[in-house]
Write a protein that binds this ligand. Structure first.
Ligand code: ZN
Length: 459
């Protein structure tokens, strides 16, 4: 039995070698160039051997009692299929004359990571040992009754178990570099870092086998967008490439130990949005704009400029319908139509939403597909339309971790914002986006969950 397993592993190693040849030199025909396969060794060195078999289906071998027995053919039709329980079923066609089958698995193209399954009389096995981020390659060989002869190994079947999540984080270092770090994917051979260029396209700027990269081509106060992709080399030599979502980073040192607050502006973009954006830029600050899909086309440049300076553009429905009056499908459409308009301008998916009027119920929570951001300071600016009242609503109440609700479609609010932005800076507040606030306060925002503030967690 042990001998059989060893043989199978050896055969697999040979096959892997052949696969590697195939992967690196795709033009080469493995059957005519594979010198490790004795059955197909070219006859030029020994003319007497020209008669030796090149047709494996008719191959024969000598048994222990000296009799010649027909060699089993390699199993065909091997498939690796994920089943409902999250396990992998490896299935294959029965081989004539086979008494049992042996299956081996190689993890992440590493031939030191070979697992062999117990021999089976069936034409399938279930692999329950599946971990996220790994590439599993399976081979099957048929065995005859006394376990002394095995067939050649089958063609391979494989399964790549996608990682549960592929998260990229960034931080601006004291040496003025933007440092990106990301989740390790065990089956990945390398990672590619992409950076958005001035044409809005993502350019490949680095390829690495590490799980971090530092971009030195950044200037403090500018915003950059990155994506990171991981590459998995598949058994047929092709490469699976999966890219992360785009991440927008503002190259500035945010001090997590200092106070921060998230100003948010709803119902725009509108005719005052650009002035607020200009003021934010001047004060090394960002805010979050919860926009309506129906308004975007009229104020594209304001949205683009806000995005450029690192502001967050988030979803406030398409036309301000109170979402609790809608079906799940209608809510999804409101979200989707707005997301599409945002993405057209910023190139990235908006990750947060705010329900119009703060109206939320279980259906809405289940359908929006994003964290729901409400507020901890309601300025009531839409009601009072009074600059002073809006200012004092903020200045009399503001604390670290607050989310402030305002509306950039009202002129008195714009005037209040132009005062509040430098004033809050003077009082030591860092004005950040909601996502930044969540990041620096250690929150992992969840889809469908409602947040009012993002304060420092008590230890
Ligand atoms: Zn609103």
């Amino acid at each position: 039995m042990k001998k059989c397993v060893k043989l199978l592993i050896l055969m697999m190693a040979v096959f892997m070698l052949r696969m590697n040849v195939l992967a690196t030199v795709p033009i080469v025909n493995a059957d005519t160039n594979n010198t490790t396969d004795t059955a197909s060794t070219t006859s030029t060195t020994d003319a007497a051997n020209t008669a030796s078999t090149t047709d494996t289906t008719n191959a024969s071998t000598t048994s222990s009692n000296g009799q010649t027995v027909a060699k089993l053919s390699a199993p065909t039709g091997v498939k690796a299929v994920k089943n409902a329980k999250g396990n992998i079923s490896v299935i294959w066609n029965a081989v004539t004359g086979a008494a049992s089958y042996k299956v081996c698995r190689i993890t992440n193209n590493d031939d030191t990571k070979v697992k062999s399954f117990d021999a089976t009389k069936k034409t399938s096995i279930t692999d329950k040992d599946i971990k996220a981020g790994n590439l599993y390659v399976y081979y099957v060989a048929a065995m005859d009754g006394d376990d002394t002869h095995t067939s050649d190994v089958s063609e391979v079947a494989y399964h790549f178990e996608e990682p549960a999540e592929f998260v990229v984080n960034t931080s601006f270092t004291k040496k003025k570099k933007e440092k990106l770090t990301w989740t390790k994917v065990a089956g990945a051979s390398s990672y590619i870092v992409y950076k958005q260029n001035s044409n809005g396209e993502y350019e490949n700027i680095a390829c690495t086998d590490k799980t971090s990269y530092q971009d030195s081509k950044v200037k403090k106060g500018n915003t950059y967008k990155y994506k990171v992709g991981y590459q998995v080399v598949l058994p047929d030599g092709s490469v699976l490439l999966k890219k992360s979502k785009a991440i927008s980073v503002y190259a500035s040192l945010i001090d997590p130990n200092k106070k921060m607050v998230a100003l948010t502006f709803d119902d725009g973009p509108g005719k005052y949005t650009q002035e607020i954006v200009t003021c934010l830029k001047k004060n090394d600050s960002r805010a979050t704009f919860f926009v309506l899909g129906c308004n975007i086309n009229s104020y594209k440049s304001a949205v683009k400029n806000a995005d450029k300076i690192g502001c967050e553009i988030a979803n406030h429905s398409y036309d301000h319908t109170i979402l609790t009056r809608l079906s799940a499908a209608q809510v999804k459409k409101q979200m989707k139509d707005t997301d599409a308009k945002i993405k057209k301008i910023t190139g990235s998916n908006s990750t947060l939403m705010r329900c119009p009027g703060g109206g939320v119920n279980k259906t809405v929570q289940g359908a929006v597909g994003k964290p729901i951001i409400l507020w901890s300071i309601d300025t009531l600016d839409w009601k009072t339309r009074n600059t002073d009242k809006t200012i004092s609503a903020v200045m009399n109440n503001v604390k670290d971790g607050d989310i402030v609700l305002m509306h950039d479609i009202h002129e008195p609010t714009k005037r209040a914002a132009l005062y509040l932005i430098p004033e809050l800076r003077k009082k030591g507040y860092q004005l950040v986006t909601v996502s930044e606030l969540a990041k620096y306060r250690g929150y992992k925002l969840k889809k469908g969950t409602i947040y009012h503030s993002l304060r420092k967690k008590k230890k």
